[in-house]
Structure formats: C-alpha cells, structure tokens
Design a protein around this ligand. Structure first.
Ligand code: UD1
Length: 342
C-alpha cells in the first residue's frame, strides 16, 4: 500500500476515473459521495475494472458532524482529492445560493476536519473557467484570473482563494489545484463514464446522445465567432489522462516535492479544437453521423480557450497522451453501453 487517499465525489465522472488510476498504482481509496449526481453502482464498476473495491461512505460534506465522525473513525488518511461539488453552469445562475453553500462550505468543512485529524495534503478540482476569456492564448498559470461569468465559476475562484489563505495560515497544509480544461471521454473498458442528469449541457454527451438517436439534433451554438471556422474553440482533455494528473499530484505532495504550499497547474492538451472540428473527429472515429444545426450563440460562452501545459509537463512530468479520435470513440462506446445496460 502506497498510501490512503480520501476521494470526495469519488463516484462522479472525474472522481471515478481517478479512483481507478489511484488503485491501479496501489493506493488505498476511501470514497465519500452523496450520490447527488452519481450512483452507488459506480463502486461495483470500479471494482470490476481494478479488482479492488474502494471503501464507500454516502453523505454530503456540508454535514460537519458526519464529516468529523468520518475522520475520527477512518484513521490513516494521507491525502484528500476533493471533487465533490456542483458543476452545472446554467443551474448555478438559477440557484446561486445552493452553489455557494455546497461548494464553499464543503471545502471549509473538509479543511477543518483535515486539520483536526492531522491530514495535510489536498488536491483540488479547479477549472479553466477561472481565466474567463483571456486576452492571450494559450493560457499559462500566470494568465490573470477574471471575474467569473457564473456562480459556479465564482465558486472555483473563491475556493482557490480559500486554499491560498488557508495554506498560508497553516504551513503544514499543502495543496495542489488542477485547472481542468474540458474533460471528455470515458474509461476504455466502457464501465465508467459521464452520466449526465437529463438533457446534457456539455457538448460531447449531447453529441453522443444525438448519434444514438436519443436527441433529434445537436445545436451548435454560434458560427460567427472570430475563429477559423466560426465556432467556439476549447481544449478537450481525455478523462483518463486527467485522472492520472491527480495521481501524480498526490505523489508530489506525499513525497514533499512541491515547491510551495499551494501550487496550481493547467491540465489540458494544449490544442484548441472547434465545435465543428470535434463533430468531424467524432464522425471519423465512430462512423456515426451527427445531425446538427447552427443556432445562435449561448449566453456566457467564451470564444476560445486552450492551455499552455508547459508547467504540468515539466514540473509534474505529466502529459496528455490520448488522441481526440480515441477519446471520442471511448465516449461513444460508453454511450452505447449505458443504453444497453441502463
Ligand atoms: C463549461 C464551463 C467549465 C465546466 C464545464 C463542465 C465555463 C466558461 N465553462 O465548459 O468550467 O467545467 O462546463 O460543466 O463556465 N456546445 C454546443 N452545443 C451544445 C453544447 C455545447 O455547440 O449543445 C459548445 C459550446 O458553445 C462550447 C463547447 O461546445 O463552445 C463546449 O461546451 P460545454 O461542453 O458546455 O463546456 P464549456 O461551456 O466550455
């Protein structure tokens, strides 16, 4: 056993892939998840992939009493990866207080309990949303953060600030924030993947459901942006590659290789891909046609963003390896499997 890792939100999309990669290299994993956007069946799937069943506790991190009890009973945690958070941009505009309460209180409670239990290492799920629409591309970690477009985005900015202040005040606590670009795809086994609740907001689940005939048509939000083909540009990162960045970050903290109490890294491919390019790549990878139409711009969308990943490449020794085509094929395989198995 290399160490015991608490993964909050460990049955969610990125969390479940990270649990698999942690177990694959010999970490012992304990998941805490309230199942508000995932199912307990994910624990079985993780066991099927890795041959090892992670411990699982169901509760919401806003419940300080339960979290305190958990830390008292679950001894020997070496580090925490904190995924558990609400993440739907549109919903956060409708219900800002739910987002602030859940995302901020969970982190604050976690730090309080970690301190009491003497757990000093945290990896936090941040997002490229903290950069807004940057003036210069690609974005480096030095690119200034901008006022967030949504309460969801703002919770990421405020959580980063909480971590900065807390690690400053408590030198024992060490943290790494990973700023994800657009995570897509699924595990190659097709046993875990993204499970959108209702109509997907994000592009790739919507594309896969359209190809599967569940949605009649994909709306491409805008073809009048100042980009080569007029559609928005993003940096789509394979979820397994992203999961591995967490495992490396945990190793860095446990080996005390980090250079400051709070480090942050962009996690993307470094390559900008337009919506129309992604559709082409999906059709090429899967042989499936996607019925789409161009509609107006979506409120709050930025024109383009992609990462400069030099820091993650050189400091973490991490690099994305999956091609866009294989990642989109994995998303399609997952989509087909969930329709068959339900
Ligand atoms: C958003 C958030 C990001 C968050 C992610 C996951 C911002 C700026 N970004 O990313 O922080 O982590 O959601 O919830 O807050 N598109 C279509 N048709 C669709 C859906 C999407 O054309 O039906 C286009 C969008 O206009 C965009 C691209 O596809 O250009 C990607 O959209 P999406 O998957 O929703 O992710 P982001 O908005 O980039």
């Amino acid at each position: 056993m290399k160490g015991k890792i608490l993964v909050t939100g460990g049955t969610g999309y990125i969390g479940s892939h990270t649990v698999v990669e942690l177990q694959n290299v010999g970490f012992d994993v304990v998941i805490v998840d309230d199942l508000s956007n995932s199912t307990a069946a994910v624990v079985n799937q993780i066991e099927e992939i890795t041959g090892k069943r992670p411990a699982f506790h169901q509760f919401n991190l806003q419940n300080l009493e339960l979290l305190g009890k958990f830390f008292k009973e679950c001894k020997g945690i070496d580090a925490v990866i904190h995924f558990a958070a609400f993440k739907a941009v549109g919903e956060s505009v409708q219900k800002p207080m739910n987002y602030y309460r859940n995302n901020l209180v969970s982190l604050i409670n976690l730090f309080e309990c970690m301190e009491n239990a003497g757990v000093n290492n945290l990896v936090f799920s941040s997002s490229c949303t903290v950069y807004g629409q940057p003036e210069h591309l690609p974005v480096t970690e030095q690119t200034p953060r901008q006022t967030a477009e949504s309460p969801y985005g703002n919770t990421k900015i405020v959580c980063e600030d909480i971590i900065k202040d807390y690690t400053h005040a408590n030198p024992k606590i060490q943290a790494i924030a990973l700023r994800y670009f657009n995570p897509i795809g699924a595990h190659p086994s097709a046993l875990i993947g993204e499970l959108p609740n209702g109509i997907p907001n994000n592009l790739v689940p919507f594309v896969a459901q359209t190809a599967a005939g569940i949605r009649p048509q994909l709306s491409v939000f805008g073809n009048d942006y100042d980009t080569p083909d007029g559609s928005c540009i993003r940096d789509y990162i394979n979820v397994v590659d992203l999961a591995k960045a967490h495992v490396i970050s945990i190793g860095r903290l446990l080996d005390q290789k980090n250079e400051s109490a709070f480090e942050f890294f962009n996690v993307g491919t470094g390559k900008g891909v337009s919506v129309l390019e992604l559709l082409n790549a999906f059709e090429k990878a899967t042989g499936q046609k996607v019925n789409y139409k161009i509609v107006g711009r979506r409120a709050g969308d930025i024109e383009q963003i992609y990462a400069d990943t030099t820091k993650a490449n050189s400091v973490l020794g991490w690099k994305s390896v999956a091609t866009l085509e294989e990642t989109l094929l994995s998303a399609w395989n997952w989509e087909q499997r969930i329709r068959i198995k339900g």
